[in-house]
Design a protein around this ligand. Structure first.
Ligand code: PMP
Length: 420
């Protein structure tokens, strides 16, 4: 499959080789690299992508969830055009930022006040900093398998590029373990930061009881509970927190909320966020040239108010649940130890039939299955992440989902016999 891939993509290979002369490994975004070389994507439209060699793909990755609206959605495009007409570097409070802030606070009521950033990474850095200042404590509890940004990653153990906060690392969905760690570190614990579903970790669902226990433990210890909803906010009109009925102290957002433009936000309790009020003596500074950039603000307003309405969120995620159930039924019908984990519009293939409650349950051997799956699906015209991450976005039609299911069926037929 690798050889067939290389033969099919000479232009991608040439572009990759040329790029290595100016960027290390030809890459500026680690997640996009894979062997033998990554595809060069030339263009997108709706739910379709074309690579530099002219192959067409149906996009089942959607920019790792930021591409919810698809490529060149007319409403988003009009909003960006309108912003361009008014000038893009206004160097002032503009007419859009408070409007987007109001839409976000209405949608996610635990964000009583919020501030914008340029990325989900920055949002998490600022939320952690806010919690440390508010509590006067230093330590930050996170979970193995978590991804909170390029400098806050715990997927394969803590990364050497991580910001050196003193982290306490728990096991996802292990309530008793979390309770023991909180007890041990209570006096200096500033925050518990958690994804309600671990996205990069492999779409591992946070169990409601575990997340409720974190809420209780944080309150008891006087630490702040931070929900990283950069990915999961799309799962329901009010995000995963609304589905679970859990009110975190702080929440971080990103991805689609900026309409597909650069975006991040952090917010929550008004008393915590008041630390950033520039009218207050001794306030915390939070600067950023592009925090309120009009392209993200305008696209975000259009997206939340006119496209990803609460009804649209419910429909998209119900379609995702239905697709995942069908894919899993196919895996079972073939008698294979494979499954798609996830919730709503987010799913990930795994090479085991057993329950996955944390990254410890993910077998190392699944790498082989995921590689096969990735190259098979590309050949069939479906673009998804090398690690099996699959994301539904709005322009995908029911016929696209049918074709995706058929391609998965073909994978199970063709490779089922050779899978471990
Ligand atoms: N948190 C989570 C849960 C994410 O999935 C991501 C991005 N994949 C981030 C934070 C970081 O966001 P960004 O890439 O915008 O920095």
């Amino acid at each position: 499959l690798r050889e067939a891939y290389a033969a099919r993509h000479p232009e991608s290979l040439a572009r990759h080789q040329a790029a290595t002369e100016v960027m290390p490994g030809g890459n500026t975004r680690s997640v996009l690299f894979y062997d033998p070389f990554p595809l060069a994507i030339a263009r997108g439209e709706g739910a379709r992508l074309w690579d530099a060699d002219g192959h067409e793909y149906t996009d089942f990755l959607g920019e790792f969830t930021a591409g919810l609206y698809g490529h060149s959605h007319p409403v988003i495009r009009a909003a960006i055009d309108a912003a361009l007409d008014g000038g893009i570097n206004l160097t002032g409070h503009n007419l859009l930022e408070a409007e987007l802030a109001r839409l976000v606070t209405q949608r996610f009521p635990s964000l009583e006040r919020l501030r914008f950033t340029n990325s989900g990474t920055e949002a998490n850095l600022l939320a952690i900093t806010a919690a440390r200042h508010f509590t006067g404590r230093r330590q930050v509890m996170v979970f193995k398998g978590a991804y909170h940004g390029g400098v806050l990653t715990f997927a394969g153990g803590p990364s050497p590029v991580n910001v050196p906060f003193p982290f306490v690392i728990g096991t996802y969905n292990d309530s008793a373990g979390a309770a023991a760690l909180v007890k041990e570190h209570a006096a200096d614990l500033a925050a518990i930061v958690v994804e309600p579903l671990q996205g990069a970790g492999g779409c591992i669902v946070g169990e409601p009881g575990f997340l409720r226990e974190l809420r209780r433990l944080a309150s008891e210890a006087g630490a702040l509970l931070v929900f990283d909803e950069v990915m999961t906010s799309r799962l329901a009109p009010g995000g995963r927190q609304a589905q679970l009925g859990i009110r975190p102290d702080l929440t971080t957002l990103g991805k689609y909320i900026g309409g597909g433009m650069s975006f991040g936000a952090f917010g929550g309790r008004a008393d915590v966020m008041a630390m950033f009020d520039p009218r207050a003596p001794g306030h915390l500074g939070h600067a950023g040239t592009f925090n309120n950039n009009v392209l993200s603000m305008s696209a975000g307003i259009a997206g939340l108010s006119r496209v990803y309405t609460p009804e649209a969120a419910l429909t998209l995620n119900a379609r995702g649940d239905a697709l995942r159930e069908r894919l899993n039924a196919s895996c079972r019908a073939h008698g294979l130890a494979l499954q798609f984990t996830g919730l709503g519009s987010l799913m990930n293939l795994h090479g085991t039939g057993a329950a996955i409650r944390s990254v410890d349950d993910v077998p190392a051997s699944e790498r082989f299955v995921k590689d096969l799956f990735f190259f098979h699906m590309l050949e069939q015209g479906f673009y998804l992440a090398r690690r099996g991450f699959t994301v539904l976005s709005l322009p995908l039609t029911d016929a696209d989902l049918e074709r995706f299911h058929a391609a998965v069926e073909a994978f199970l037929q063709r490779y089922g016999p050779v899978l471990p």
